[in-house]
Design a protein around this ligand. Structure first.
Ligand SMILES: Nc1ncnc2c1ncn2[C@@H]1O[C@H](COP(=O)(O)OP(=O)(O)OP(=O)(O)O)[C@@H](O)[C@H]1O
Ligand SMILES: [Mg+2]
Length: 239
């Protein structure tokens, strides 16, 4: 069976700056894949390529048979490859509930919107308590929850998460970690995460990304422990 997501020898960057240098990886159906590596080595850039926000200069990317290098961001979301959005685009004058309802814009997502909304509120009781609150007045951690909730409303078949716990207080981080573990049992993830414990808890398989390439792939049979991952971040493999 071919992988659900396949990235083959992708080269991509910004203008004349090349960031990804022939990067290849795959995600099989139903597995959770973790990405880690030093800052500035291309993890976010890879997710932007997968979401259709950056066109690669070379290489191939396929999701469920769709050529991601030709598809628009909304076609990619409609197909079920959804990234939890960072930044402020989600956080306008609309209320929390309204933001979540609007996020279910694809046909399959609309059909399930009521059930998914209940699921999102069960995962994130803080959002349920703040249904009428304007999204832009949420705290940082609550915004992160709203971003992930909105991504879930799109009925993802593969969910992309870029450092979901970055900058959160220990308490909110713990709440989010519990929800992410729950999500990972029903929706396959590709997750970039700096918290090694959470990264290991969420991932079936890991890729170490360095200098825009996969430097190492680690599966269940050669799964690293916390200490080994830390050495890869800061040791001889470091930047
Ligand atoms: N919009 C942009 N224009 C120009 N260069 C960019 C842009 N975004 C990122 N870069 C550069 O691309 C390189 C890779 O960045 P990227 O954000 O993919 O790294 P990362 O692995 O996600 O890092 P981090 O762990 O810090 O999030 C960096 O050198 C960064 O400065
Ligand atoms: Mg990044």
């Amino acid at each position: 069976m071919s992988p659900m997501l396949e990235v083959e020898a992708v080269t991509a960057g910004y203008g004349s700056v090349t960031v990804l240098r022939g990067l290849s990886l795959h995600v099989d159906a139903g597995e959770n894949v973790g990405l880690f590596g030093p800052n500035g080595h291309g993890k976010t850039t890879l997710l932007r390529v997968l979401s259709g926000l950056i066109r690669p200069a070379a290489g191939a990317c396929r999701f469920d048979g769709m050529d991601l290098t030709l598809a628009s961001p909304s076609e990619i979301v409609t197909r079920g490859l959804v990234q939890s959005q960072q930044g402020n685009t989600l956080f306008g004058d609309m209320g929390v509930a309204e933001t979540l309802e609007m996020a279910a814009f694809t046909k399959p997502a609309r059909a399930r919107a009521r059930v998914t909304l209940d699921h999102v509120y069960a995962l994130f009781p803080r959002l349920a308590e703040r249904g009428a609150q304007r999204a832009k007045t949420l705290s940082g951690g609550e915004r992160q929850m709203l971003s992930i909730g909105a991504a879930l409303m799109c009925a993802p078949r593969l969910l992309l998460l870029d450092e979901p716990t970055l900058g959160l207080s220990p308490k909110l981080k713990e709440e989010l970690a519990v929800a992410l573990k729950e999500i990972s049992t029903t929706v396959p993830l590709v997750v970039v995460e700096q918290d090694v414990e959470l990264l290991l808890a969420l991932s079936d398989r890991l890729y170490l990304i360095e200098h825009g390439e996969v430097a190492r792939e680690m599966g269940k049979d050669n799964s690293p422990d916390h200490q080994e991952i830390m050495e890869m971040y800061f040791g001889e493999h470091g930047a």
